[in-house]
Design a protein around this ligand. Structure first.
Ligand code: C5P
Length: 254
């Protein structure tokens, strides 16, 4: 594990691990009147692309999808018919949805089982990135090194103005999947949510609070999160060039 005393050591690619997909959000930022995971992307719901991608990850044992209590669409997806796909009812926040899936898994898998938590809204994570993440330290996440200059604003009210420029050479933008052993993540999330729920915005933040230093694995640019309506247009264009993209990604940094 990547504890403070332990710098990240590459580990062999896991042969069996689980994926967790929190998909119980309402997607309010999209303003589309339906949860964003069900918005159409290149002819099918966004989450269908994400699940079909995940089901091709090498060595995957199964996927647990956290869905909303009133979800009536998931069961109609082709991927939902795959015997490796399981569902649980999600919670009020993303972390609660992940916890529900971890609880489900802890009754079926060993505590040291590796778990990759992946947003339903990132349909285009590349095979190369998944292989890099699987080969990384026991706690690790995909992330993008900041390429723009980073400004910190003065406060959140009114027109934002700059307080300072942050040195960007150590700034990374966290993405998913985020990886950890099942029991480590379960404990970290439970403790983090009890102690400082407002700081738990991803799995890594819970692990950090517990004293871990997850490894940052550079991700290809196609692994962006669909958040605003324009992102769907961008994703659709990229999906049309998927084969070319995968070729580029397997060779160079994109
Ligand atoms: O809203 P945001 O893009 O940050 O959500 C990230 C992921 O977490 C989405 O896949 C969303 O469906 C999921 N989520 C969840 N349960 C919640 C809130 C969000 O599973 N209560």
């Amino acid at each position: 594990m990547n504890t403070p005393a332990n710098s990240p050591e590459p580990t062999p690619v896991a042969t069996s691990y689980w994926a967790i997909v929190p998909a119980a959000g309402s997607g309010k930022r999209m303003g589309a009147g339906k949860p964003k995971q069900y918005l159409p992307l290149a002819g099918k719901p966004l989450i269908a692309h994400t699940l079909e991608n995940i089901l091709q990850w090498p060595g995957l044992a199964g996927v647990i999808v956290a869905i909303a209590a009133d979800d009536s669409e998931f069961e109609h997806l082709a991927a939902a018919q795959d015997s490796r796909v399981h569902t649980v009812t999600g919670g009020a926040e993303r972390a609660d949805s992940v916890l529900a899936a971890l609880d489900f898994l802890s009754e079926r898998a060993a505590p040291e089982t590796s778990v990759l938590v992946h947003d339903a809204a990132r349909p285009m994570v590349s095979r190369k990135d998944i292989e890099s993440l699987l080969a990384a330290g026991a706690t690790a996440l995909l992330a993008q090194p900041a390429s723009d200059t980073i400004k910190q604003s003065r406060d959140k009210s009114g027109e934002p103005t700059v307080e300072q420029t942050l040195p960007r050479d150590r700034i990374w933008l966290a993405q998913t999947p985020q990886k950890a052993p099942l029991a480590v993540l379960l404990n970290a999330l439970k403790t983090g949510l009890a102690q400082a729920p407002e700081t738990i915005t991803d799995e890594a933040s819970a692990l950090e609070l517990a004293g871990y230093h997850p490894q940052l694995v550079p991700a290809c640019r196609s692994n962006f999160k669909i958040t605003h309506p324009a992102d769907l247009i961008l994703a659709e264009a990229l999906l049309q060039h998927r084969q070319t993209l995968e070729k580029l990604q397997s060779g160079t940094d994109t």
